[in-house]
Design a protein around this ligand. Structure first.
Ligand SMILES: [Zn+2]
Length: 131
C-alpha cells in the first residue's frame, strides 16, 4: 500500500471525526448535509486502503511461499549431491545439516538472499533421503 493512500485515508478520517465531534446530529447518526459527504469519503478511503492492504498481504504471502519452495529445491539438490557422492556411515549418509548449508551456498550462493537455515537443511536432507 502506498503511504499517500494511507495519508489520504487518515485525512478523511480526521475530517469526519472533527466534524462529528462538533455536530450533534452526526453524533446521533443522523448525518447532516456537511457531515454526510465527509463520512462517505471516509468510508470510501477506508475501503480502498483495506483492499490495498489485503492485496499487499496476499502478495507478500505468495512471495514468501515461492521463496520457501525455491530455497527448498536448492537445499534438496545440495542434499541429494551429498547423499549421492558423499560418504555414508552404515545405512545413513554422513552429511550433516551444516554440510547441506555449505553445499547449498557453494551451488547457489548467488541466488540465496541468506544461507539455508539448519531447519531448512534438515528438511532437505530428509526429503532427499525419502524420495
Ligand atoms: Zn454533521
Amino acid at each position: 500500500m502506498s503511504d499517500q493512500q494511507f495519508i489520504t485515508y487518515m485525512a478523511a478520517f480526521q475530517k469526519a471525526a472533527e466534524h462529528t465531534g462538533a455536530c450533534a446530529p452526526c453524533q446521533d447518526d443522523r448525518l447532516c448535509p456537511t457531515g454526510d459527504p465527509l463520512h462517505a469519503e471516509f468510508l470510501t478511503q477506508q475501503g480502498r486502503w483495506e483492499a490495498n492492504k489485503r492485496r499487499t498481504e496476499r502478495n507478500a504471502a505468495r512471495r514468501a511461499a515461492w521463496r520457501a519452495a525455491s530455497r527448498h529445491r536448492m537445499a534438496r539438490h545440495a542434499a541429494s549431491d551429498l547423499i549421492t557422492y558423499g560418504p555414508w556411515n552404515g545405512d545413513r549418509p554422513a552429511a550433516t545439516t551444516a554440510d547441506v548449508i555449505r553445499r547449498t551456498s557453494a551451488l547457489y550462493g548467488g541466488h540465496l538472499d541468506a544461507p539455508i537455515t539448519p531447519a531448512e537443511a534438515a528438511k532437505a536432507l530428509e526429503a532427499a533421503l525419502t524420495t
